[in-house]
Design a protein around this ligand. Structure first.
Ligand SMILES: Nc1ncnc2c1ncn2[C@@H]1O[C@H](COP(=O)(O)OP(=O)(O)OP(=O)(O)O)[C@@H](O)[C@H]1O
Ligand SMILES: [Mg+2]
Length: 307
């Protein structure tokens, strides 16, 4: 669907208005609205504290530096802190949209590097209880946004709650972050099981974080992959791995993204490699199925199933 000129322009204008430096303005103006809508990746995990928010913020930074237009959505109800990494304090969230007081374009805010943030935190709770009219207006406004960004990353929070599985299932690609802790693997298995059985998901990407080496990453992936294939008939692929890196912890302590604070460190380089992979996947997938529109259709379908 081609968005109406007015809604598309309004969104672009809002995003531009928030951008706080000339560089960012130039960045946006160098990237006219694309013909294809954005591709959506959900970044999720079974266990909390495995690095999802860092993954979303750093991949968004790496993708932006690769001249892609990125929107991130903070769908973590428990600890919505993506805004801290992006250096912004959102004035509104999706709750304001669903309360009917703000258009979606007014909720989106622009953070570091001009990354667009959709702060869903206090609004997603209501996602499962929305009226059809609310769902349609959400779909319509997001559909318009889709042409102003290339990729969208969703920080879903962790666990097997309805909200986490709802956003994970709605995305085109599900990325499950795991670490070497045994409970991270067992909780990842539980999440994959729920998504496979309740949402008929058949494929997942594994992102091994906080590992010592590629060997450790492959070992984690092999263990999980063998188990899910055998018991859930579900296939996993290794998206990549991020080493344990003090520079990342240092960046976190300053609420920064390691990709920008220490671009030469091993974790930052790993994020850049994974970002390139996402660009490649998005290009391949867009040929096969619709992009952001697909995400929203699936959101509606998921809402319908949970009612
Ligand atoms: N590659 C890494 N190297 C070193 N430390 C890391 C790495 N990845 C994550 N961490 C540490 O893990 C902490 C938790 O990361 P983060 O907040 O991104 O996890 P999360 O999965 O979003 O957590 P939550 O489930 O609470 O939202 C970070 O503050 C950082 O100290
Ligand atoms: Mg988090």
């Amino acid at each position: 669907m081609i968005p109406s000129m007015t809604s598309s322009h309004r969104v672009l204008r809002t995003m531009t208005a928030y951008v706080d430096s000339d560089d960012h303005r130039q960045h946006l103006h160098c990237h006219p609205a694309s013909l294809a809508p954005a591709h959506v990746f959900a970044i999720t995990s079974g266990k909390g504290g495995v690095g999802k928010t860092n993954v979303v913020a750093n991949l968004a930074a790496a993708l932006t530096l690769a001249r892609k237009r990125i929107m991130v959505m903070d769908a973590d109800l428990g600890l919505a802190n993506l805004d801290l990494f992006l250096g912004v304090t959102p004035q509104y969230t999706l709750a304001d949209f669903f309360a009917g007081t703000k258009p979606l374009a007014d909720i989106i805010t622009s953070g570091r590097l001009g990354i667009a943030l959709l702060p869903a935190a206090s609004g997603v709770q209501e996602m499962t209880a929305l009226s059809d009219a609310q769902k349609i207006s959400f779909l319509t406004e997001l559909d318009a946004l889709a042409y102003d960004v290339d990729l969208m990353l969703v920080d879903t929070g962790s666990g097997i709650s309805d909200t986490v599985t709802y956003f994970a299932a709605a995305a085109q690609q599900i990325v499950v972050v795991v670490t070497p802790e045994p409970s991270s693997l067992t909780d990842a298995y539980a999440l994959v099981k729920v998504l496979a059985s309740t949402h008929q998901e058949k494929h997942f990407w594994i992102l091994a974080n906080n590992v010592e080496s590629e060997r450790e990453a492959r070992c984690l992936y092999d263990t999980l992959s063998r188990t899910t294939l055998r018991f859930l008939n579900t296939s996993l692929d290794l998206l990549g791995w991020i080493p344990r890196d003090r520079e990342l912890m240092r960046a976190v302590a300053r609420c920064q993204m390691v990709v920008t604070t220490s671009p030469a460190c091993p974790a930052a380089r790993a994020f850049v490699t994974i970002a390139q992979r996402l660009i490649q996947l998005a290009a391949e997938e867009t040929k096969v199925k619709g992009s952001l529109q697909f995400f929203f259709r699936r959101i509606l379908a998921a809402a319908g199933r949970q009612r």
